[in-house]
Design a protein around this ligand. Structure first.
Ligand SMILES: Nc1ncnc2c1ncn2[C@@H]1O[C@H](COP(=O)(O)OP(=O)(O)O)[C@@H](O)[C@H]1O
Ligand SMILES: [Mg+2]
Length: 298
């Protein structure tokens, strides 16, 4: 996209597990403070606590990865930031304001692509402009959509239907649809979970470049520690449910990490991998089969 700068401004400095920042540092974009939230189980008439006491700051231009065992509340966190779920306690704010409802400044990308089979690639990418007024003309939206389609490597497939595309290509449509409105933050929920390993690596590399060039803020959920290290500026490890932040690990490796495909040979990579793996393993094996209705506050 022509209007996007290629600089790497806004990337936070290293600060393992710390949330403070200098007055001149990158701007906090997503801030949750002691945020606890969950679900009302209507049938059981119980409350299910998903996340407890989450204090996390994601800065402008930062790539924040969330890892943690299944059911620990990763998707819930993204849903709070998207404005789909309200905190029970504590606060969640975006760009300095408490989060109330969804907004064009926060776009989501899903694992199952969530693209519409009866629409072409271009029509799918244009969808956000139809669902919400983004204050740009139809012609500009069309141009923006075509540019974004080309950015994700799908140039020439504007008129194709999803069934004519591979899984990796469909996921690119999902990413293009997330980025086309130039949202302040991209909320990605295991976006590459359903594509094969080789395609996944290609998509990771392309996402890294896209995000670097756009200075895009991202919150990205993954099950893969390798993916977390490849993509994240920081990785927040969430404990088993009710999810708390176990540790925030700085991924202090230079970018681009994936262009040459040799990141795994770096000794630092091995150290980070081992550390993250030990944290995640602890949490995965520590996960008790909690009764579905358990509320630690009760
Ligand atoms: N809509 C919902 N209603 C009730 N419980 C839910 C709902 N969505 C998720 N949960 C529960 O909240 C917990 C956290 O879920 P989720 O955020 O999806 O975890 P993760 O994404 O880490 O796998 C789980 O116990 C899950 O069963
Ligand atoms: Mg999930």
């Amino acid at each position: 996209m022509a209007e996007l700068s290629t600089s790497n401004v806004g990337r936070p400095q290293s600060s393992v597990g710390k949330e403070e920042m200098s007055p001149t540092g990158p701007k906090p974009l997503i801030v949750t403070e002691n945020m606890t939230c969950g679900y009302e189980l209507e049938r059981e008439r119980k409350l299910l606590t998903a996340l407890v006491d989450i204090s996390l700051t994601v800065h402008e231009g930062e790539f924040m990865v969330l890892v943690g065992p299944s059911g620990c509340g990763k998707t819930t966190f993204i849903n709070v930031i998207a404005g789909l779920i309200k905190p029970w306690k504590g606060t969640a704010s975006f760009n300095g304001k408490p989060i109330v409802g969804t907004g064009p400044d926060r776009a989501m990308v899903f694992q199952d692509y969530a693209i519409m089979p009866w629409r072409t690639v271009l029509q799918n990418v244009l969808l956000p402009f139809e669902l919400r007024d983004h204050g740009i003309s139809k012609k500009d939206a069309d141009e923006r959509a075509r540019a974004t389609i080309s950015d994700v490597g799908l140039g020439g497939f504007e008129g194709s239907f999803p069934h004519e595309l591979s899984g990796g290509m469909r996921q690119r449509v999902g990413i293009a649809r997330g980025m086309v409105t130039q949202p302040k933050v991209l909320l990605a929920d295991e976006p590459f979970g359903a594509v094969d390993a080789m395609t996944r690596e290609v998509l990771q590399g392309q996402l890294e470049m896209l995000v670097m060039n756009a200075g895009q803020t991202v919150v990205f959920i993954t099950h893969s520690i390798d993916e977390a290290i490849a993509l994240g500026d920081r990785v927040a490890v969430i404990s088993h449910r009710p999810g708390t932040i176990r540790e925030i690990v700085d991924i202090d490796m230079p970018r681009p990490r994936l262009a040459e495909g040799e990141i795994t040979g770096d000794p630092r990579y091995g150290e980070l991998r081992e550390h993250l793996w030990s944290l995640v393993k602890d949490e995965a094996f520590g996960a008790k089969d909690l009764p579905f209705h358990e509320d630690p506050e009760a």
